[in-house]
Design a protein around this ligand. Sequence first.
Ligand SMILES: Cc1cc2nc3c(=O)[nH]c(=O)nc-3n(C[C@H](O)[C@H](O)[C@H](O)COP(=O)(O)OP(=O)(O)OC[C@H]3O[C@@H](n4cnc5c(N)ncnc54)[C@H](O)[C@@H]3O)c2cc1C
Length: 383
Amino acid sequence: MRRFNSVTVDQEAHTAVIGAGGRLGNIALALYDQGKQAISHGTCPGVGVSGLTLHGGYGMSSRLHGLTLDQLVSVTVVLHNSTVVTASPTSNPDLFWALRGAGAAFGIVTDFKFKTFDAPESNLVFSYNLSPSNTSQLANILTVLQNFTIHDQPPELNMRMFLPNQLTGVYYGNRSAFDTIMNPLLTKLNIPLEGRGAGTVSTKKWIDTLTSFSNGPLPQPEIYDYHENFYAKSLMPEYLSPAAMTALADYYFTTARNIRGRSWYLLIDMHGGSGSAISKVPADETSYSHRNAVFKMQFNDRIFPDSATYTPKMMEFLNGWVDAIEKASEGEQFGMYINYADTNLTKADAHSRYWGEHYERLVGIKGVYDPQKVFEGPQLVGS
Ligand SMILES: Cc1cc2nc3c(=O)[nH]c(=O)nc-3n(C[C@H](O)[C@H](O)[C@H](O)COP(=O)(O)OP(=O)(O)OC[C@H]3O[C@@H](n4cnc5c(N)ncnc54)[C@H](O)[C@@H]3O)c2cc1C
């Protein structure tokens, strides 16, 4: 799909038609070049717009503008019998519902039409260091962040924590409003408001804001051949109990920080709560099934060199972390995000974790739009 990469903005209508083979960095630059427009999307510039949009799309403006799929106006899709259709609220609305959360199983998208917004040009990009030295301190930090996310975090504030010690994000507003919101939180987290250890806050324009979270330059080559060898998991909890927080933190101190020769991270995005645009969309409006998740947790473990084999034994590390959290949650099974596909899940487990109560309706729509199961994948709807 790489040549389906055009980006055409209608500045008056605040919409853009984006080819399905585009990558996020190039798309952000093209939108900006055409009237300083933007959409909400993931942080890494090499990620493709299609997989991201068809299954979610969370990034550093999602609390204000929603997921990438929430900005969709319509989609052009090639169906199993080669017919080309439009999916939108008025044209094939059931297909449009399915494409916004489970899209890979229904056809080949050729372009997306998105609502756009004016790129904000004065944004506060921040980074703070935390220093938990034991299980209870780390569990306390996570509990403070969870309470803040559920009750107090406004849409303009997008934030994430890399365990155990980095809190970063962006605020779309002015410094005094930022201080009013953040200072009470920083105090609870034992982060000094000024002087040594006070963290950094800098004002950035839109493209620089994106670049702050992109791990490299935004422009991407058309022939993209970059690979990593990793295993990933996710959890989308609506709430983590005190016991679950303790289990999460304990696993870090007893197991994760002793892992050698690998590069792992646990990234916790503050996804939901009363102030998040994602949670404001009714649960059944799209097939994305994690509207009420407070955190989006991505567990990632990478080995080197990239030609090495990631063995089943190695999977025990991240599987053990997720098991420890769920066992402490009275055996609760949380949702998981298909965009961090977990190859270790059975089909049935994948279907229920990725799509929850939406799964049966998705199977029905699959039967209508792809009865012969042309669009197959190990964990996709109907597999
Ligand atoms: C480095 C990195 C950073 C990431 N950061 C984020 C992030 O910040 N936020 C976030 O939400 N996610 C993030 N992700 C996850 C990302 O959303 C998924 O990996 C996503 O599936 C990538 O989509 P793709 O089109 O590049 O991948 P692909 O592997 O090409 O596609 C993924 C799935 O979508 C299907 N698909 C692809 N194109 C089409 C099409 N045109 N029509 C129909 N189906 C199609 C494929 O068949 C496949 O099932 C990140 C991933 C990586 C590797």
